[in-house]
Design a protein around this ligand. Structure first.
Ligand code: AMP
Length: 645
């Protein structure tokens, strides 16, 4: 089996990671770079696109052919994109209800095709770094991504030649990377993720070794890019003041190619300066011959940057508050606040987040923060900055990948049951014990009894699927639990399903009278091919009415058969004391039940349920005097036994 890699397919940067000898690490490309800008340059038709850093460099020179931030468009319809969404210098089509496309050189590129180019590069980098073919991946997506966005991301992976083993939420991946050993068994964590283009604040709960996203809020148009844009504006004002030239295009007039190049250069310089100012207090920006007769030379200080950036960072607060409100929590209820995304390296971001969440009285040490454990002890959450914020998601994806491939044990599987699990019961029906989408690990059980007298054992047939009839679901395994003979309905067999953190289903069956039990491991209840799951769910929807009709029929049939059997026995036991007309009446009612049972069609396994139900009701009414007579006899016999007359 080939290795499964973890991929953070980011708006700004993408990374590929793996777990080597138990240690998660991000893989570098041939140039030693671990972050691949999610940028694709589409030069000429038929020419191979340039991906990553070389494409990013062309963003300044060939803005209209260089696609970035395509994650904003993945899985979204062209006509749902707003003007702000579409504010990109490359030709983005926004008409029609189909996917948004980038129309270049006679080809309409879908966002997943562009993302696939980034993924192909990551795959090639991983292959040369690991020295083996890499065909399986876990890819992360924001927690708020809907099904269409998740499916499109999966398709991008497939276009790049991957089998996408799992799509997981970015905050969950980040929490995994931050290590579970550092967390209490029941922890509540906030993941503050400020990347290049997006922001989200997710609240996760770690409960019995499983993470669950309990609230998430964010803005897909808020991130480091906005700070870059604001700094660029600031630099442009300086250029305009010093050179006397106008850089801004006004009204409807399109910017000239030269203007676009100037802006792109300013923007690149702005981002570099911003990054530098995370560790320095000031930086010199020099852009020789930015204009034919003008060179920019400007000193930007951290104070100035923070003044520009503060309003942008402050916009993230509202989402933090909303997430907390949705989760019904206050900041002090959290155990940790985890920082994710390259932009959280900015000291101002750390300072504000620490303030808002009451994390720490921090002091600055050479650009970083020393976090106040004292404060944490006083009750506030700990601001956790222990992992590279731009690598956390990829590392977490790699950890999840290693869990899936069995390379990492004794760690959690953050998962839900993809399909319902249950048992075959009377009449070949599925009895669900653990419904689909239940978070694992999980334990659930039910009590069963026998359908016929003197039954000596019970067949435990474990099923997986969404259909009403056992035979339409998948069989995971069978075993038999033996017990002493007893009248039907008397034995009590408790069946418990337990799915452990590795997705393994153990089925326990116990005869409660004797205490005799069996525990049988089944195959993984979680490792199911995604396509097969989709097919199963689609089929259950498609056949929902027919399945329900079958269930109703089978249930009516079971009841009618049991009633008829009991009536026949009663009739035989009391025949001598009954009037001939009454016997004929009961026999007619019995015949009506048999006729109704005979309406079952062999091809559908279904008959006339209403007819059967009313025949059964009529039989019950007809045999009411019989039941009373029998009751009298039993009472009489009991009194006789005790010598009472
Ligand atoms: P991500 O989307 O997580 O890759 O984050 C990318 C964003 O983080 C970009 O806006 C970068 O400019 C920003 N960024 C990366 N490193 C730093 C840093 N050291 N200080 C401030 N911002 C940074």
């Amino acid at each position: 089996m080939s290795k499964i890699v973890g991929i953070d397919l980011g708006t700004t940067n993408s990374l590929v990671a793996t777990v080597d000898s138990g240690i998660p690490l991000v893989l570098a490309d041939a140039g030693g770079k671990r972050l691949t800008p999610s940028v694709v340059h589409l030069s000429k038709p038929g020419e191979k696109p340039l991906v990553g850093l070389p494409a990013s460099r062309l963003r300044a020179l060939r803005p209209s052919e260089t696609v970035y931030s395509v994650k904003r468009f993945i899985g979204r319809r062209a006509n749902e994109l707003t003007d702000t969404d579409a504010d990109v210098p490359y030709p983005l089509s926004r008409s029609g209800s189909g996917p948004a496309t980038i129309d270049l050189h006679g080809h309409s590129w879908t966002p997943e095709e562009i993302s696939a180019e980034v993924l192909k590069k990551l795959r090639a980098d991983a292959e040369s770094s690991l020295g083996e073919s890499v065909t399986r991946a876990v890819i992360t997506v924001p927690a708020y991504f809907n099904d269409a966005q998740r499916n499109a991301t999966k398709r991008a992976g497939e276009l790049a030649g991957f089998t996408v083993e799992r799509i997981i939420n970015e905050p969950t991946a980040a929490a995994l990377a931050y290590g579970l050993d550092k967390l209490k068994e029941k922890s509540k964590i906030a993941v503050y993720d400020l990347g290049g283009g997006t922001f989200d604040l997710s609240i996760l709960e770690l409960n019995e070794a499983v993470f669950q996203v309990i609230a998430t809020h964010g803005n897909t148009r808020l991130g480091g890019d906005d700070i870059d844009r604001a700094v660029t504006e600031h630099l442009a004002s300086q250029v305009e003041q010093q050179s006397g030239k106008v850089l801004r295009h006004t009204g409807t007039r399109q910017a000239s190619p030269e203007q676009l190049i100037v802006w792109s250069k300013l923007r690149e310089a702005a981002e570099q300066a911003k990054i530098k100012l995370s560790t320095e207090n000031e930086t010199d920006i020099a852009l020789p011959f930015l204009l034919p007769d003008y060179s920019l030379s400007y000193r930007l200080t951290r104070d100035e940057l923070e003044r520009i950036a503060r309003p942008i960072v402050l916009r993230t607060r509202e989402h933090c508050l909303r997430s907390l409100a949705d989760a019904g929590l206050e900041a002090r209820d959290l155990d940790q606040v985890i920082l994710v995304g390259g932009q959280t390296r900015m000291p101002l971001v750390r300072q504000l987040v620490a303030e808002w969440f009451g994390c720490a009285e921090f002091e600055e040490t050479r650009g970083g923060l020393r976090l106040g454990t004292e404060y944490h002890e006083a009750g506030g959450p700990l601001l956790n900055t222990g992992v590279n914020p731009d690598e956390a998601v990829a590392l977490g994806a790699a950890i999840q990948a290693a869990i899936l491939s069995g390379d990492l044990r004794n760690v959690l599987l953050l998962d839900v049951t993809p399909l319902s699990l249950g048992l075959e019961t009377f009449g070949g029906l599925m009895n669900v014990i653990i419904p689909r989408n239940t978070t694992i690990p999980v334990k659930a059980g039910e009590m069963f009894t026998t359908a016929v007298d003197n039954q000596r054992d019970m067949l435990i047939h474990v099923l997986q699927g969404e259909r009403e009839r056992a035979k339409d679901n998948w069989s995971l395994g069978k075993f038999t639990l033996e017990f002493g003979p007893a009248p039907r309905g008397v034995p009590r067999v408790g069946v418990q399903f337990e799915i452990d953190a590795n997705g393994i289903l153990n089925v326990l069956a116990r005869d409660t009278r004797t205490g005799k039990e069996k525990i049988v491991p089944m195959k993984s209840a979680v490792d199911v091919d995604d396509e097969a799951v989709t097919r199963m769910v689609e089929e259950s929807v498609e056949h929902a009415f027919a399945d329900l009709a079958t269930r109703r029929w089978v249930e009516a049939k079971l009841k009618a058969s049991a009633t008829a059997k009991a009536a026949r026995k009663c009739l035989a036991d009391t025949r001598d004391d009954l009037e001939p007309e009454y016997i004929t009446q009961v026999e007619a009612a019995l015949q009506a039940v048999s006729d109704a049972l005979a309406t079952e069609q062999p091809n559908t396994g279904c008959g006339d349920t209403k007819l059967l139900q009313s025949a059964c009701k009529a039989l019950e009414e007809a045999t009411q005097p019989l039941a009373e007579l029998l009751m009298e006899r039993v009472t009489e016999a009991l009194l006789n036994q005790r010598g009472i007359t």
